[in-house]
Design a protein around this ligand. Structure first.
Ligand SMILES: *[C@@H]1O[C@H](CO)[C@@H](O)[C@H](O)[C@H]1NC(C)=O
Ligand SMILES: *[C@@H]1O[C@H](CO)[C@@H](O)[C@H](O)[C@H]1NC(C)=O
Ligand SMILES: *[C@@H]1O[C@H](CO)[C@@H](O)[C@H](O)[C@H]1NC(C)=O
Length: 681
């Protein structure tokens, strides 16, 4: 070997020693990730930050080798295990300092009174039960998963009610009384109705009327208090809290004082036997630790990476900077990083019996809710949402149906080929009529998560109080055909009998006789009769910016009819709203559009057919998903762009979903009737 070649080889291997790894991070935490790179560690392994839309996209990046690792929850591991052709491995676990050697994060146990006459799980029937809270792992999901295997447990596949209601009904039939606090449905009305109907499920709570957090008999320890002091006969909780409750040592935590006597209670094992509380618990299933997920190629250079992560975890433990939580996924309690023998995510879940907990159903045939979409990218997103929602215990399972157009989707819902299809804006009124459908939920927007409203903007300091004050004045509008720019003001004027409904466009022009800027009014398709529209575009400027804002700013108009979605562009020190919805009229600040407006505007809305699945079933999955992701867009940003496409399934502007009120929908229908009678709809 020549000396020169040797030097080249030596240099190459030196480069390889400084091994580098790409950690995937949700876009919104990229900055925090870069701060992490500046942290000094003994390890010379180099990390690189790869931004992705959210954790779901991170999984994809890791599979594609665009990234090497991403921190995940057990539920994400489940999603990962469903990727076709994946070779993911879990190679480090995030544990607590309290239990650095525990195999699982928590183990689900049943605790009973020592003398409770019970020799098998069937005898849980008719007891008074204590739970952590609805939808939680050890106090709800795991017991349901285990009990529904038994013939004595009521069937949960009644399709005339929703899967969640099936659970509540089964639990309230099986147990005599319980305490299961929390929000049973994301829809407040449904929640209240169920709390009334299945009130036995709240009877053992401290405050049965409220049946919500905080309740002294809810939570891990509360379930034990419920058992010990509130007449409970069986409690579903986790091991570590049982040991704490009875003052027993756990992990690194020494024994403590407790007035509770462990001799009075026992664990109930899966085989029906009892075991003293002081002995090792027998558990049903466990929730595994969170951890780091990589692809198979990482295994070849694992040690430097593991050391690096451990050193970063130690470096951040005292101050817990943003990267500690948002990039590495560690927390106040959970920051002990432990190496494990690299394992496939599916096997990791299986050894905790957690797969069956995630996959728990309600008995065949399982209810599904079928969402109709019209593009390949929407189909891909729908399928991703489906696996994600399923992994997080949201039922019914989401199914995806593809049709070639919005109308085909609406038709498909009408014919029971799918359960949900969406339409934008005022289409909701026409589509519901044409296909005999009704709205179930809609998007909400902005910081305050409200629908949009049609609003009337005036200059601050103007003396207008009601619409009558504007007769003969000049108006600016969002384009022809928009709800806020045309339909809402027309409806308002006709409804107030300020103008006549025949020839309503001409009448609008006459009302604002000072002149209008209604962009698009002169297009042939908007003016088939070729009526004289000179007054209707008189106030438009000659250049191309005919936005209502510019129209007001350049003093070409006295009032602007726009959507509240536009208001962030308006300067609150210059403009305010005219409250046409109030009988007394008046003006208010731009920020108060939800109470000072013309009328609520229809959002993107999902329609379902009458008489098929109940709306409660249909809405449960999307509403629960939206609620779960409300403050966790880092997990799955369902409103963000998808594979570089905008407005896929949801509009990019959406911030959440809400149940559509019947009254609001009736209003849209009557607006539709009014404006179609004058030929504008
Ligand atoms: C909670 O319940 C326990 C047992 O019934 C009782 O000793 C305790 O005072 C209660 N705590 C509160 C805050 O009500
Ligand atoms: C899993 O289930 C089996 C029996 O069904 C049980 O013996 C075992 O303890 C469970 N595993 C965990 C981690 O709870
Ligand atoms: C609608 O379609 C589903 C799935 O094919 C079917 O199970 C259900 O019975 C149908 N419902 C009605 C009312 O026809």
């Amino acid at each position: 070997m020549t000396l020169r070649l040797f030097i080249v080889l030596a240099a190459l291997s030196a480069v390889q020693c400084k091994t580098s790894y790409k950690i995937c991070v949700p876009q919104q935490h990229l900055k925090a990730c870069q701060e992490m790179l500046d942290v000094e560690t003994k390890s010379k392994a180099v990390l690189e930050c790869v931004p992705a839309r959210d954790r779901m996209e991170c999984l994809y990046y890791v599979q594609q080798r665009q990234a090497d690792l991403v921190p995940v929850d057990p539920e994400d591991m489940y999603v990962a295990s469903k990727f076709p052709n994946q070779d993911f491995v879990v190679f480090q676990e995030y544990r607590t300092d309290d239990e650095p050697d525990a195999e699982f994060r928590y183990e689900a146990v049943i605790v009973v009174h020592k003398d409770q006459p019970i020799t098998n799980l069937d005898q849980l029937k008719g007891l008074k039960s204590c739970h952590t809270g609805v939808n939680r792992n050890v106090g709800y999901k795991i017991p349901l998963t285990m009990m529904m295997k038994r013939a004595v447990f009521p069937k949960m596949n009644d399709h005339s009610i929703s899967p969640k209601e099936n659970e509540l009904k089964a639990l309230s039939t099986f147990f005599e009384k319980s305490c299961i606090v929390g929000k049973w449905s994301p829809d407040p009305k449904t929640n209240a109705a169920w709390k009334a109907q299945y009130s036995q499920l709240c009877a053992l709570c401290e405050d049965p009327q409220k049946c919500d957090y905080p309740d002294n008999y809810s939570g891990y320890e509360g379930a034990l208090r419920c058992l010990a002091h509130n007449g409970g006969e069986v409690a579903f909780t986790k091991v570590i809290y049982v040991r704490k409750f009875f003052g027993l040592p756990v992990g690194t935590i020494p024994a403590s004082q407790s007035s509770e006597n462990p001799e009075d209670f026992a664990y109930l094992c899966v085989d029906g036997s009892k075991r003293p509380i002081k002995e090792k618990a027998c558990s049903w299933a466990a929730r595994p630790w969170q951890g780091l997920l990589g692809h198979n190629d990482v295994l070849a250079k694992l040690s430097p990476l593991r050391e690096k992560i451990k050193q970063l975890a130690d470096a951040g433990a005292a101050t817990k900077p943003e990267w500690f939580t948002q990039v590495l996924g560690l927390s106040e309690k959970i920051h002990h990083v432990a190496d494990n023998i690299p394992i496939k995510p599916a096997d990791y879940l299986k050894k905790a019996n957690y797969t069956e907990v995630i996959e728990r159903g309600h008995g065949v045939p399982e209810t599904v809710v079928r969402l109709c979409v019209t593009s390949n990218v929407a189909l891909a997103k729908c399928r991703a949402m489906s696996v994600f929602a399923f992994s997080r215990d949201i039922r019914p399972r989401l199914d995806c149906v593809q049709e070639s157009s919005e109308d085909d989707c609406l038709k498909s819902v009408q014919d029971n080929g799918s359960d949900l299809a969406s339409v934008d804006d005022m289409r909701v009124a026409a589509a519901s009529k044409r296909y005999n459908l009704h709205p179930v939920f809609h998007e909400v927007y902005g910081e305050k998560k409200t629908p949009n409203y049609a609003v009337a903007v005036v200059k601050k300091g103007s003396q207008y109080n009601n619409i009558g004050d504007l007769r003969g004045k000049r108006s600016c509008h969002s384009s022809f055909g928009t709800f806020s720019g045309l339909h809402a003001p027309l409806y308002y004027l006709i409804n107030k009998k300020a103008i006549n409904s025949d020839q309503c466009i001409k009448n609008l022009g006459d009302y604002f006789s000072g002149g209008l800027c209604l962009p698009g009014v002169d297009k042939p398709e908007n003016n088939p009769t070729g009526a004289n529209v000179a007054n209707l575009k008189k106030q438009c400027s000659s250049d191309n910016d005919n936005s209502p804002l510019k129209c007001l700013q350049e003093n070409r108009g006295d009032i602007a009819f726009v959507s509240s979605a536009e208001l962030p562009k308006y300067d609150a020190s210059q403009f305010e709203l005219l409250c046409l919805n109030r009988d007394a009229g008046g003006r208010d600040a731009l920020a108060n559009f939800a109470t000072c407006n013309i009328v609520m505007a229809p959002s993107r809305t999902w329609l379902s057919a009458k008489d098929f699945l109940s709306d409660v079933s249909i809405a449960h999955t999307p509403l629960s998903l939206a609620e779960l992701l409300d403050d966790r867009t880092d997990l799955f940003n369902i409103y963000g762009e998808y594979l570089k496409n905008n407005n896929v399934i949801f509009s990019n502007a959406a911030k959440g979903l809400a149940t559509t009120e019947k009254l609001d929908f009736e209003k849209f229908k009557s607006i539709h009737d009014v404006i179609s009678s004058c030929g504008v709809a």
